[in-house]
Design a protein around this ligand. Structure first.
Ligand SMILES: Cc1cc2nc3c(=O)[nH]c(=O)nc-3n(C[C@H](O)[C@H](O)[C@H](O)COP(=O)(O)OP(=O)(O)OC[C@H]3O[C@@H](n4cnc5c(N)ncnc54)[C@H](O)[C@@H]3O)c2cc1C
Length: 447
């Protein structure tokens, strides 16, 4: 009797425990299903819609190689899965566990809709380690990264699985059409967007493993291409985080700082799983009374704050649908601590553009930056000029994204307001005095 493998954000055939288990239970007969879920807003964000469409097309191709194909439905996920399971008389539906409040509601709706049919939810598909697998001596989740990481690093991970060899679809099933980006969302995509899909992901991973030694020195220098850029492939599950961790960890001793980032990813997922309302509410209430200033928010969002490193980061976001981590920290800190505007505004803007936009990673990192999350130094303010001089020492990154300042040599580019006398610059004055802003923030926090 067939089973259903419900794909969510695990769009791959390599190291795919959900597909593997579904196929095994069905004796090879399985319906690989993706539902364009009307409740998921992220499907309508153009950058992620394009990446998703490309990933689904590649998933379909990978399944065809094994003798099946992707079956696509759209609408209410629980209703669609129930209808399909009834149609093929499936013994069970398999899917990956996930962490958001929505994922919890979806699971409950599926359990209810399926009635007597079994719903098998698989751990450690979306993350290397599932929430709840490691816990502190007291409490249900880790609130600080370092002790979490210590335990995480000690865990044995499973051996990655190969792609399926032989699958078959029940006969007489209407497959439905794999959606295009335009079917999913209206609007332009970022011109420098990475291609979606499992083959592109695997190629990038192979290439990255050859360069991984550069990570420790290069990860904080945005002008270098010194990070993996695997985040969108991880978000959509075109790659298995377990496979990445295993291959990186066994490839090189020097891979430890990179593998540690995968632990950060799991850490934020376990935090959100334990406190789903942290997607919208302060994880730690610091008594903030965020300012409201639509003009300042617009200056930030439109990359015209007059602080070059901040504007450069925002322009990278808009051009690539991706931003370097150091810039995410700086632009986030600038919004929340220099302008003292609500982190939720920034998180929303990021989710509207990031191709890797992810409720756990985005919201929990925004909270970390705003000092309402798990940062153990919540009141520190990153000075964007000091940071720019340290991490973009020749001004190369800013020169790439803010060409109107290109004539300012070296680190002069980081403080254009000091050089107006000698240059005719078509660039705004800073929206805020950085020193005053830092003091105002600290006093608002009572620090
Ligand atoms: C304000 C803010 C918002 C962010 N929003 C997102 C988001 O929506 N989606 C997202 O995937 N990451 C987010 N991050 C985390 C991080 O910036 C990105 O994961 C990273 O820049 C992706 O680039 P990379 O793949 O080259 O990373 P690498 O440095 O090569 O790291 C490898 C992988 O580890 C994970 N990782 C790295 N850093 C972090 C981190 N701080 N937290 C969690 N996971 C991490 C990512 O999956 C990444 O692909 C955010 C960070 C900040 C400060």
């Amino acid at each position: 009797m067939p089973t259903v493998c419900l794909f969510t954000r695990d769009l791959r055939v390599h190291d795919q425990p959900v597909l593997h288990a579904a196929a095994e239970q069905g004796g090879g007969e399985v319906v690989p299903l993706f539902v364009v879920d009307a409740a998921i807003e992220g499907f309508r964000v153009p950058n992620r819609a394009r990446f998703l469409a490309e990933s689904l097309a590649d998933l379909d191709a990978g399944l065809r190689d094994a003798g099946a194909r992707l079956v696509v439905r759209s609408g209410d996920v629980a209703e669609e899965v129930r209808a399909l399971a009834d149609q093929v008389d499936a013994t069970a539906v398999h899917m990956a566990g996930d962490v958001s409040a929505y994922a919890g509601r979806r699971r409950r709706a599926l359990e209810e809709a399926l009635g007597d049919r079994e719903l098998v939810v698989h751990d450690a598909v979306v993350t290397v380690v599932s929430p709840g697998t490691i816990t502190p001596a007291s409490g249900d989740h880790f609130k600080v990264f370092t002790p979490y990481h210590r335990k995480w690093a000690d865990l044995e991970t499973r051996e990655p699985l190969g792609p399926p060899k032989k699958l078959s679809l029940p006969t007489g099933l209407e497959a439905g059409r794999v959606p295009s980006a335009n079917d999913l969302a209206d609007g332009d995509t970022a011109p420098g967007l990475l291609p979606g899909g499992e083959p592109a992901a695997r190629e990038r991973l192979d290439d990255w493993l050859d360069r991984i030694d550069e990570y420790a020195d290069g990860q904080d220098l945005p002008a270098r291409d010194g990070t993996s850029r695997l985040s969108p492939y991880l978000h959509f599950g075109c790659l298995s985080p377990t496979e990445i961790a295993r291959r990186a960890g066994t490839a090189r001793e020097a891979a430890a700082p990179f593998v540690r980032q995968l632990a950060w990813r799991d850490f934020h997922h376990q935090t959100l799983a334990a406190v789903p309302r942290a997607a919208t509410h302060d994880y730690r209430d610091r008594g903030d009374r965020w300012r409201r200033d639509d003009d300042e928010f617009a200056a930030w969002a439109q990359a015209r704050t007059g602080v070059p490193i901040v504007d450069a980061g925002m322009r990278q976001l808009h051009h690539e649908g991706w931003m370097h981590n150091r810039l995410r920290l700086l632009t986030g800190s600038f919004l929340t601590k220099s302008l003292y505007l609500d982190w939720r505004l920034g998180a929303r803007h990021f989710l509207d553009h990031l191709v890797d936009g992810d409720v756990a990673n985005n919201q929990m990192n925004w909270q970390w930056v705003a000092g309402t999350g798990t940062d153990t130094r919540p009141n520190r303010v990153l000075n964007p000029i000091t940071q720019a001089k340290r991490y973009d020492p020749d001004g190369e990154f800013v020169r790439r994204w803010v060409p109107e300042l290109a004539e300012l040599e070296g680190t002069r580019i980081h403080e254009p307001w000091k050089h107006r006398g000698s240059h005719d610059l078509d660039y705004p004055e800073p929206v805020v005095d950085l020193d005053e802003a830092g003091s105002a923030f600290r006093s608002a926090r009572g620090a």
